[in-house]
Design a binder for this molecule. Structure first.
Ligand code: GDP
Length: 296
């Protein structure tokens, strides 16, 4: 189960409060110490944890307790609300352009799941009666172009490519023309992956960005890499100005550190989560549902 380990620890820490008719400040302190540890063990960003605990404590100690809840349930409710806030409060939908095509620039490190996710997104949009076009701008790995073509075929979405002999900016521009001519209302550009943040490739994405003026710049990051994912998101956001994050491989993430930190650290929403390798396993991200799922 997603976030299994975090979920278990939080439920353990808070479970002790549940039955209590009255809560002393010390009870809250002890529980919060355990919550803090559980979050740190889940690889949540240190500062995020600190602020979170501070907010929960302030609210738990100062608040009027509602009659319908025991004091323990009241603290759990506060934790639930603050966890939801950490993850962005509400679902954040894609911004579609009022004058199509909507352009989505996909970026991220190699292996994060960028190509797979481009295909998933195209499939998702197709189900909403959009006419997406996938664009292969990764000219450094010929296998990447082939991979996108295979993915496109599987979800029945056209793939625009010009092989690996052209400049990615020219490919992106040509794809825009092609998409407009063919009535594609969403253009999803798959850019070159990288092993780590690399100046040349970053400049290249910036140039593509400049040429196509995307409505969305979506960073694909692997949830299982925890704080590394958060640092990557922070860097891409600083250099490129991302509009949102897609967190992949959440299906294998028992800890949850990336999901719980990225929004607060970057101030950019998680728009979708990848829940498996299959091309229909992309889901919108609902912070409230995720918080409730974690707390059981
Ligand atoms: P790219 O290098 O960023 O384009 O990454 P790929 O799209 O090639 O994906 C790398 C690997 O991650 C592949 O084996 C994918 O099947 C796998 N993958 C991508 N997204 C998910 C996901 O949400 N869950 C799981 N379990 N695997 C995923």
């Amino acid at each position: 189960m997603v976030f299994e380990s975090l979920s278990e620890k939080l439920q353990n820490a808070l479970g002790k409060l549940k039955g209590k008719g009255k809560l002393s400040e010390k009870d809250v302190d002890i529980a919060m110490r355990e919550v803090r540890l559980a979050l740190l063990e889940a690889d949540v960003n240190f500062k995020v944890v600190k602020d979170f605990i501070k907010k929960v404590k302030e609210r738990a100690i100062g608040a009027e307790v509602m009659e319908s809840l025991t004091p323990g349930q009241h603290v759990i409710k506060i934790v639930n609300e603050e966890l939801t806030k950490l993850m962005g409060e509400k679902e954040s939908k894609l911004n579609f352009s009022s004058s199509p095509p909507t352009v989505i620039l996909m970026c991220g490190l190699q292996g994060a799941g960028k190509t797979t996710t481009s295909g998933k997104l195209a499939s998702n949009l197709k189900k909403q009666n959009k006419r997406p076009l996938l664009v292969a701008c990764d000219v450094y790995r010929p296998a990447a172009i082939k991979q996108l073509e295979v993915v496109g075929e599987r979800v029945n979405v056209p793939v625009f490519s010009m092989g690996d002999k052209h400049d990615p900016v020219d490919i992106a521009k040509a794809a825009m023309e092609h998409g407009k001519k063919n009535g594609n209302d969403v253009i999803i550009i798959d850019t070159a992956g990288r092993l780590h943040i690399d100046e040349d490739l970053m400049t290249e994405i910036k140039n593509i960005h400049e040429a196509v003026k995307p409505n969305e710049v979506l960073l694909v990051v692997d949830a299982m890499t925890g704080q590394d994912a958060v640092n990557v998101a922070d860097s891409f956001n600083e250099r490129l100005g991302i509009t949102g994050v897609i967190l992949t491989k959440l299906d294998g993430d028992a800890r949850g550190g990336a999901a719980l930190s990225i929004r607060t650290v970057t101030n950019k929403p998680i728009k979708f989560v990848g829940m498996g390798e299959k091309l229909d396993q992309l889901e919108p991200f609902y912070p409230d549902r995720m918080a409730s799922r974690i707390l059981g």
